[in-house]
Design a protein around this ligand. Structure first.
Ligand code: MF3
Ligand code: CO
Ligand code: CO
Length: 264
């Protein structure tokens, strides 16, 4: 299956799913405090999705080829965990940084978004990593318009992260999304300008750079899911689901609590 151009009906469905993913993050935000466990956050999210939103947690039992079913309703990736952290008994403590990544399904459509949270007061270094990663995601988003190329997006993200002495994780990328959780195209967070797929209005994909404070290398833990930095350096990630519009982009994963865009 090649890259889909979404219909008006698909776009309407994706706007709803995207807003709900963002509202779920808004709901979780005040709970991300010292003392809560990542498992508690998972339970809050699961119940909010099922009982309040009437959405389906896309990650629960999600099983891509070669994987065991993912056991939770969201991912919580703390400090040196890059992505796909499995919620559990770990208590968040002041100074931690955590990525909360949620994907909801509403009427068959997926909304996928993640944010970084600083628990208590972060170190200057941790705060800066989260900010630079947020700026990098936004630099990528601002490139999106018909005729731009995927390499243009990857390039600006890579340049921003590496310009601050950080490293882009290469093994994971953004992805097309719609009735499928992960579909074409792959949206790399590094690359060369003027290369790759040309964007067209009606495409929907995520931009979700993972940025390491140290080296780019990663390892997967024995649980088969949790990805950590090989050098144990801190890692950050932000994610939006984005529609290519006739004159630019529309971020689908927005709600009242969405953090404001950084200065251009
Ligand atoms: N939400 C992640 C993404 O942005 C995927 C998580 S899959 C899981 O693509 F199985 F690890 F939950
Ligand atoms: Co995603
Ligand atoms: Co996600």
């Amino acid at each position: 299956m090649s890259v889909q151009i979404k219909t008006a009906e698909d776009i309407a469905g994706m706007r709803v799913a995207g807003r709900l993913a963002s509202e779920l993050l808004d709901y979780l935000t005040p709970h991300v405090q010292p003392g809560i466990t990542t498992g508690d956050i998972d339970k809050l999210a699961h119940d909010y999705m099922v009982d309040v939103q009437h959405t389906v947690p896309a990650t629960l039992n999600y099983q891509p080829p070669g994987h065991t079913p993912y056991p939770a309703s969201l991912c919580t990736s703390v400090n040196h965990v890059v992505c796909h952290g499995i919620p559990g008994d770990r208590k968040l403590k002041a100074g931690d940084i955590v990525n909360v990544d949620v994907t909801v399904i509403k009427d068959g459509y997926h909304g996928d978004s993640s944010r970084m949270f600083c628990v208590g007061a972060p170190s200057i270094q941790a705060k800066r990593l989260c900010e630079v990663t947020y700026e990098a995601m936004w630099k990528g988003i601002r490139v999106v318009r018909p005729g731009a190329q995927l390499g243009d997006i990857g390039h600006v993200i890579q340049k921003h992260a590496e310009g601050h002495g950080y490293a882009i994780v290469r093994e994971f990328c953004g992805h097309g999304i719609g009735r499928n959780f992960h579909e074409e195209p792959q949206v790399l967070h590094y690359g060369r300008p003027g290369t790759g797929l040309k964007l067209q209005a009606g495409m929907i994909f995520t931009i979700e750079p993972m940025v390491n404070a140290g080296r780019p290398g990663i390892r997967c833990l024995a649980d088969g899911w949790t990805i950590v930095t090989a050098d144990h350096s801190l890692s950050a990630q932000w994610e939006h689901t984005v529609l290519v519009t006739p004159d630019g982009y529309e971020i689908l994963t927005q709600s009242a609590g969405t953090p404001p865009p950084p200065p251009a």
